[in-house]
Ligand binder design. Structure first.
Ligand code: AQP
Length: 342
C-alpha cells in the first residue's frame, strides 16, 4: 500500500447500465470522492462484466461505459488520486471469480434478495451470470485485498456474502488473514434513496418511469419538474423524526435534502418543521440544481474527448493489474493450481 493508504484500501464499483441517478450519486459516488480525499488508497471500477448479466446492446454498453467514466471524473474522482478502470480490462476479476464460484455455496446464493428481485417470476430464464453475480463482486473486492467498501444499503447482503467467502477461503486453506475481511461503509442520509413516485421503492436505473429518478445529466428544468411532481402526502413537514414513520415520501425528500447538504436528517427536520411541501420542494430544487448542474455540464465537456476517457481507463487498468495479478497468483497457489511463476 502507498503512503496515502494508512487508513486502508477502498474498492467499489458501479455498473455502466445507463445514466447515474441521485441514489447512485448520494449512496455511492459522493462517498467515493470523500474517501479519495482522506487517507485511503482508493480503487473505483466500472463493472461492465456485471452489466452483461442482463442483456445489453453492445453499442449502448460501450457508450454507457464512457459516460460512466465521464461521470466519475465530473463528480470529482481524480485519476491521479484514485485508480479508475473498467473491470473487463483486468482478467484477475474473472480468474478470482471462478475460485469463488467453487468456494461459495448454492444455499448462500439462493438467499440473495437482489437475484430474486431482478429475476422476478422469470427465474428459469435468468442468466447464470445474474445468479452468480455476488461471487464476481466478492472477487472484485478481494482481488485487491480491499479493507473498506463504500456502497448503498441495497448492497449490504452482497457484502456480507463477500465476507463469508473470504472467511471460508481463509479457513478451508488454513491461510488465516490471506484475505482481509472487508468492512462496508454504508453511512449518511443518502444510503437508500427512494423513488420519487413511490417512497417504498428504491430509486433505480431500471424503473420504467423517468419521473421516479433524477439523473445526473438532467437539465435544471427537468430536475424542477421531477421534484414538483414527486409524490407527497397531505400534511406539512413534521417537527420530529418519529413523526416521519408511515410517511415514506416525506422522509425520502428530507433525506435527499440532508444528503445533498451534507447534514443529518435530524438537522433538516429541525430546519423545515411546519413547512408546506410546496415551499420545501422549491428549496430542494434549488439545492439539487446547484449541486447537479456543474456535474452535468462537466460530463458533457468530457464526452467531447472520448480518447481522453479511454486513456484514463487504460492507465487505470495497468495500475489495477499491478495490484491484482500477484494476489490472484498467490490465491491460485494456495488452492494448489500449478503456477507459471518460477
Ligand atoms: N436508490 C439508491 N440509494 C442509494 N444508493 C444506491 N445505489 C443504487 N441505488 C441506490 C448504489 O449505487 C451503487 C452503484 O449501483 P449499480 O449501478 O452498480 O447497481 P444497482 O444497485 O443495481 O443500481 P440501480 O440504479 O438500482 O440499477 P438497476 O436498476 O440496473 O438495478 C451501489 O453502491 C449501490 O448500492
Amino acid at each position: 500500500m502507498n503512503k496515502k493508504s494508512h487508513k486502508g484500501r477502498v474498492f467499489s464499483g458501479v455498473q455502466p447500465t445507463g445514466d447515474l441517478h441521485l441514489g447512485n450519486y448520494l449512496g455511492a459516488v459522493k462517498q467515493f470522492v470523500d474517501l479519495q480525499n482522506q487517507a485511503y488508497e482508493t480503487i473505483y471500477c466500472l463493472v461492465d462484466l456485471h452489466a452483461i448479466t442482463v442483456w445489453q446492446d453492445p453499442k449502448a454498453l460501450r457508450k454507457a461505459t464512457r459516460e460512466l467514466a465521464a461521470t466519475f471524473l465530473a463528480c470529482g474522482l481524480n485519476p491521479e488520486q484514485s485508480i479508475l478502470f473498467n473491470q473487463s480490462q483486468v482478467a484477475s476479476h474473472t480468474e478470482m471469480g471462478w475460485l469463488f464460484n467453487c468456494v461459495a455455496r448454492m444455499g448462500w446464493l439462493n438467499r440473495m434478495t437482489q437475484f430474486k428481485d431482478k429475476a422476478g417470476k422469470n427465474k428459469e430464464n435468468a442468466s447464470v451470470g445474474l445468479f452468480s453475480y455476488p461471487t464476481l463482486m466478492a472477487a472484485d473486492i478481494l482481488t485487491y485485498h480491499a479493507t473498506h467498501v463504500p456502497v448503498g444499503d441495497d448492497q449490504k447482503q452482497h457484502l456480507e456474502l463477500t465476507r463469508d467467502i473470504a472467511i471460508k477461503f481463509n479457513n478451508d486453506f488454513t491461510q488465516y488473514g490471506f484475505f482481509p475481511i472487508p468492512e462496508p461503509i454504508i453511512q449518511g442520509a443518502g444510503t437508500r434513496i427512494m423513488s420519487l413516485r413511490d417512497g417504498t421503492k428504491k430509486m433505480s436505473k431500471s424503473d420504467t418511469s423517468e419521473f421516479s429518478r433524477i439523473s445526473l445529466t438532467d437539465s435544471a428544468e427537468a430536475i424542477a419538474k421531477k421534484i414538483q411532481k414527486a409524490k407527497t402526502d397531505p400534511l406539512n413537514l413534521p417537527d420530529n423524526i418519529q413523526a416521519l414513520e408511515g410517511r415514506p415520501e416525506a422522509k425520502n425528500l428530507l433525506n435527499i435534502y440532508a444528503a445533498l447538504k451534507n447534514t443529518s436528517l435530524n438537522k433538516v427536520v429541525e430546519e423545515t418543521k411546519g413547512t408546506s411541501f410546496r415551499n420545501f420542494k422549491s428549496k430542494l430544487t434549488d439545492l439539487a440544481v446547484e449541486t447537479l448542474s456543474p456535474i452535468s455540464n462537466e460530463i458533457n465537456n468530457l464526452l467531447n474527448d472520448t480518447n481522453h476517457i479511454d486513456t484514463v481507463l487504460r492507465i487505470g487498468s495497468e495500475k489495477a493489474k499491478n495490484i491484482a495479478t500477484p494476489i490472484v497468483e498467490s490465491a491460485y497457489e494456495i488452492v494448489g493450481l500449478l503456477s507459471t511463476k518460477k
